[in-house]
Design a protein around this ligand. Structure first.
Ligand code: DGJ
Length: 772
């Protein structure tokens, strides 16, 4: 049992393999936090938790005033409220029947159960056996309004993970006076609030923009609030619903790190508040912006889940814990653990300008290269020849595809490839039959104009009729055409978030109801077609969050496929998300987003760090490039199980702001299969330097006793490119390792591997290690 209740100290000890999370009940009422620390095995005294007192201007609860040294404002709390004597940000705020926001959430009861309950209408991690987890539910009660709040903690027995969420029930039937049977309006209900005794932490956030998603950014905590959020109606390109706190000294491999990742795709807030005593309070949950949830008497509200991960060994271990959890206990269905096919996507090859002949020509070449899945992207439906029309008209554009989708699916299958199709189901173009029939089906505010993004509006998924319509429409296509894969796109942020069906009092529910509707839609479509491989996308990685992984095991990482940009994007993404979820393609040069030119080898090596594919016109490539692609495809088939489902060790990176002294001119990733029989080492140089530093890589995660055979593929293209170099290069540049080299795991990890420098911006080396 990983949850212990100690009656003597009135405290709970929540133990994962390496961490302990302590909750204390003071005076049978106040639920206080006791620390989230390296594992301890008992908690039978209170010596480590002397009460802190705030003597400066801090009122205390009247019943304790002058009797004991106790200040809510100076204590670590488990779920702080607003309007009483804690002046830091509350985790709970609701407008009561008397027009005030004050609340007291006092301990009422608790329950410890085996396993993990689900969350109504929301995606969450799940268990396959109750023995994987124990769950603690602590019920808190506001004595005045009767509001009940349940704090739910699921503790994983074999992972350093605690999942939390919050349930609010309006139990005003039990209240008295003006509160009796009245509704309350929820304004802020966090999924978790965790108070730390110190602020000697640096905070990591994953931030950026479209085509520059999830760059890892570290900053030391300072007094006041530092937070990231989204108000765009999506988890967003700009910020990810993830933050971590780490010791100042923490690195990839050392120090304590605490991760927080919200399982939600809509507006969120996540941050840390440092108070006058240099204590820090982390909170994460639905963004209170544009949110108010009226809860009638008897009704309940459940927040999304937050996945909290602890690491005693730096950021790398934190990432591997997230990866394993999401692969094993978030993703579902037949594709969860299945090797993912290699893709050719026609988007950057043709954009909207295609017909069956062009598509088949691309498919023919793809088949010759050994590629396995052909994806027909945007432009196959309605009368869509550019991005100005037809979203919502999910019937084939017969002007472009005269033989219909069936002909395309059949033609692709005949060539030995699987067939995939692009949709953007949540959108509607004003120029569409659907909009002409249902102008009120989009999010809008009556009397205001409707902001357009990429010439389109967002359907109102808070409405059941819209969700039902989409379920039916998509199901019809997926059951009539032989489709093996779906790319589910979303290409604008939400504005005028209001519904024609909502009353003024309920209008601020729309943003969250949208996601309840979307999750219902995703659940029914993905469950009806379990064999289809679904990939989510939002103009690249604008909705790369754990909630989507519950429905779709992979996500288009970014529209920026320039190899060198991708290294930073993939590095940041890999902090929380596994390689099996990270869809990565090789595209043309000059790159369509950055204009950068790098060789096909580097682009291939970089894209091979996730689920792999190509997105360019193969028919425009040279013979050496096509030869190289054939080699890449064949190699990826041999290593994909390791890459997608193995353990990732980030050895070096050029963006390592966590430990700037460790930043380097190159990125080096080492991925090891779970059985340690195979490993893949990829090194990519972002900068060309004269007289560069020596590249010594100490590998990680290998079997120290085993011998590994090392194979390094130097591509024909690299040879051709370097042959033009203005001075002669040593043969070791082309073949960095002697053929047939084999050495032991302990030497590779402790002595390390020296690599010759690639005297070229954008150079890369990939070495496959096989146990012999
Ligand atoms: C944005 C996606 O990220 C691209 O890959 C492509 O599918 C376009 N949308 C199509 O409109």
């Amino acid at each position: 049992m990983s949850i212990i209740f100690n009656k003597k100290t009135n405290s709970f000890l929540l133990n994962t393999p390496s961490s302990s999370y302590i909750i204390r009940i003071y005076d049978k009422k106040y639920v206080l936090h006791g620390g989230w620390v390296s594992r301890i095995d008992d908690w039978d005294d209170d010596v480590c938790s002397m009460p802190l007192i705030d003597r400066a201007f801090a009122p205390v609860p009247a019943e304790l005033h002058g009797k004991v040294d106790f200040s809510l404002n100076a204590l670590q709390q488990e779920f702080p409220t607003s309007g009483r004597s804690d002046f830091r940000t509350g985790a709970f705020e609701a407008l009561c029947a008397d027009g005030t926001i004050a609340a007291d959430l006092f301990y009422d009861s608790h329950k410890i159960i085996k396993g993990k309950p689900g969350i109504k209408g929301l995606p969450a991690t799940y268990v396959t056996s109750d023995s994987e987890t124990d769950t603690l539910e602590i019920n808190l009660k506001d004595p005045v309004t009767g509001v009940l709040v349940t704090l739910v903690y699921t503790v994983w027995n074999n992972r350093d993970v605690i999942c939390r969420h919050t349930i609010v029930k309006n139990n005003s039937g039990s209240a008295e006076g003006i509160y009796k049977n009245q509704s309350v309006k929820l304004r802020r209900v966090m999924s978790a609030s965790v108070d730390f005794m110190t602020s000697r932490y640096k905070m990591l956030q994953l931030s950026g923009a479209h085509a520059r998603e999830r760059h890892g950014i570290w900053q030391k905590l300072v007094p006041g609030t530092q937070s990231v959020e989204s108000r765009r109606g999506t988890s967003s390109h700009q910020h990810n619903p993830f933050i971590a706190l780490a010791d100042y000294e923490a690195t990839e491999t050392t120090g304590q790190v605490f991760g927080f990742n919200l399982v939600y795709s809509g507006n969120f807030v996540a941050g840390a508040e440092v108070d006058q005593f240099n204590m820090s309070r982390v909170q994460i949950g639905i963004n209170p912006y544009n949110f108010e949830w009226e809860l009638a008497t008897g009704e309940t509200f459940e927040t999304p889940e937050v996945v909290m991960v602890f690491s005693n060994n730096g950021l790398g271990e934190l990432s591997r814990t997230y990866h394993d959890l999401y692969r094993d206990n978030m993703c579902r269905g037949p594709w969860q653990k299945k090797e993912r096919p290699i893709v050719i996507n026609n988007w950057e090859a043709t954009y909207f300008n295609f017909n069956a002949e062009k598509l088949f020509k691309l498919a023919d070449r793809a088949a010759e290269e050994g590629i396995e899945l052909f994806v027909l992207d945007d432009g196959w439906f309605g009368k869509r020849d550019d991005d100005r029309s037809s979203l919502g008209d999910w019937f084939v554009n017969t002007k472009k595809l005269t033989g219909g989708l069936e002909e395309i699916a059949e033609g692709i299958h005949k060539r030995g490839l699987k067939f995939g199709l692009w949709f953007e189901p949540e959108m509607i173009s004003p120029d569409s039959d659907l909009y002409r029939a249902h102008p009120d089906w989009c999010l809008h505010i009556e009397g205001r104009d409707r902001s357009l993004g990429r010439h389109q509006l967002v359907l109102d998924l808070s409405r059941d009729d819209v969700v039902d319509y989409l379920t039916e429409t998509l199901s019809k296509i997926l059951s009539t055409v032989a489709i093996d894969y779906v790319k589910w796109d979303f290409n604008r942020s939400q504005t005028e978030v209001a519904s024609a069906l909502a009353s003024p009092a309920n209008q601020l529910k729309t943003a969250h109801k949208y996601y309840l509707g979307l999750y219902r839609l995703l659940e029914s479509v993905t469950q009806k077609f379990p064999n289809v491989l679904f990939e989510s996308c939002s103009g690249g990685g604008g909705r790369f969050d754990p909630a989507f992984l519950y429905y779709m095991p992979q996500c288009w990482t970014s529209d920026n496929t320039a190899g060198l940009s991708r290294l930073a994007i993939q590095n940041g993404t890999s902090i929380a998300y596994p390689a099996s979820a990270m869809s990565c393609h090789v595209s043309a040069v000059p790159n369509h987003q950055t204009g950068r030119v790098t060789n096909i080898s580097e682009r291939g090596h970089t894209a091979m760090a996730g689920t792999f594919g190509y997105e360019l016109d193969l028919n425009k490539l040279s013979k050496p490039e096509l030869d190289e692609i054939k080699e890449q495809v064949a190699l990826y088939k041999k290593i994909r199980s390791t890459v997608q489902f193995g353990d990732l060790y980030r050895l070096r990176s050029s963006w390592d702001a966590a430990a700037p002294a460790e930043s380097s001119a190159y990125t080096a990733w080492n991925i090891v299969s779970k059985d340690k029989k195979q490993a893949v080492l990829t090194v990519s140089w972002q900068f060309a330097e004269g007289n560069p530093e020596v590249v010594l890589l100490k590998l990680k995660g290998l079997d120290p006793k085993a011998k590994y055979k090392l194979t390094c593929s130097t591509s024909a293209t690299i040879r051709a490119l370097l042959a033009d170099f203005p001075f002669p290069l040593p043969e070791s540049t082309f073949a960095p390792l002697p053929a047939g080299l084999a050495t032991s795991g302990d030497k590779l990890m402790n002595v390390g591997l020296y690599l010759p420098y690639m005297p070229q911006y954008g150079g890369s080396v990939q070495i496959v290690l096989e146990k012999c």
